[in-house]
Design a protein around this ligand. Structure first.
Ligand SMILES: C[S@@+](CC[C@H](N)C(=O)[O-])C[C@H]1O[C@@H](n2cnc3c(N)ncnc32)[C@H](O)[C@@H]1O
Length: 245
């Protein structure tokens, strides 16, 4: 038992060091070089392999385009995650957001992706990086959502599909509090039960649920990795510090 605990704590220390070193290196790059650098590290660079998957995979569904590292870090900066959190990317693509969440936070990170080549490549990337993420190759309309505490949506679908998924998120939120991070998706009309936070960002809206009787989200207590000036620089798309330019 003691051995197991020692092993877990050395694992989390090494994860935190790795997270810090990834964030530090990204912060030293020009803002417009950070995405390519992370994608190269993760082996998910846009090298023309997934042109077909960039097209809409079905009616009201949107094809693959990756989030920026800044968008993901900004989300994780604003919503510190703890070990009891579950980050769920709805329409995970090549897994960029899920990989970042797994690398940079103690939360469990999982993604749901309908296009099989993307889901397979995301799993391969996680294996290469040695991070534990779960990628479900399914349509979000049919996939399990009940454990999620932070749901991330970068324009995955519109219309009826979005309305259907929002209803499913509502059922989760009636059980426990959730945060929804939405990029390129306006949830104000579809989900009046979600309260938007005042986040000063053109592209990112964060929403909190808060149904009476729902279990509160515990969030980060310890092990928050995203407090450093480097993390701030990446999350807020700040240029590298002068001495590293
Ligand atoms: C704009 S991309 C975002 C990718 C990723 N979330 C990111 O931020 O880097 C949208 C993704 O959602 C996937 N998608 C669209 N409709 C879906 C559905 N109903 N179920 C699961 N995935 C879906 C697409 O295949 C695509 O990979």
């Amino acid at each position: 038992m003691q051995g197991k605990r020692a092993c877990e704590s050395s694992h989390s220390v090494s994860n935190a060091l790795r997270a810090q070193s990834i964030v530090d290196s990204l912060s030293k790059l020009p803002v417009d070089a950070r995405d390519a650098a992370f994608e190269a590290l993760a082996g998910i660079a846009d090298d023309g392999r997934f042109t077909k998957e960039a097209a809409p995979p079905g009616p009201s569904l949107i094809g693959y385009h990756a989030s920026s590292v800044a968008a993901v870090l900004r989300t994780l900066w604003e919503v510190p995650l703890g070990g009891a959190d579950v980050f769920v990317d709805l329409g995970a693509g090549l897994g960029k957001t899920v990989l970042l969440a797994a690398l940079l936070t103690p939360a469990r990170a999982r993604g749901i992706e309908v296009q099989t080549p993307l889901a397979t490549a995301a799993r391969d990337a996680a294996k290469r990086l040695g991070v534990a993420v779960e990628i479900t190759n399914a349509d979000v309309r049919d996939a399990p959502l009940a454990d999620g505490t932070l749901f991330y949506l970068y324009a995955p679908f519109t219309g009826d599909v979005l309305a259907n998924v929002v209803l499913r998120l509502r059922a989760v939120a009636e059980d426990h509090d959730i945060v929804v991070a939405a990029l390129g998706v306006d949830l104000a009309r579809l989900a009046p039960w979600l309260a938007p936070r005042s986040v000063d960002s053109f592209w990112l809206t964060l929403y909190d649920s808060g149904f009476p009787g729902a279990r509160p989200r515990s969030g980060a207590t310890t092990g928050r990795t995203l407090t450093s000036p480097a993390a701030f620089a990446v999350a807020f798309a700040q240029p590298p510090p002068r001495e590293t330019r």
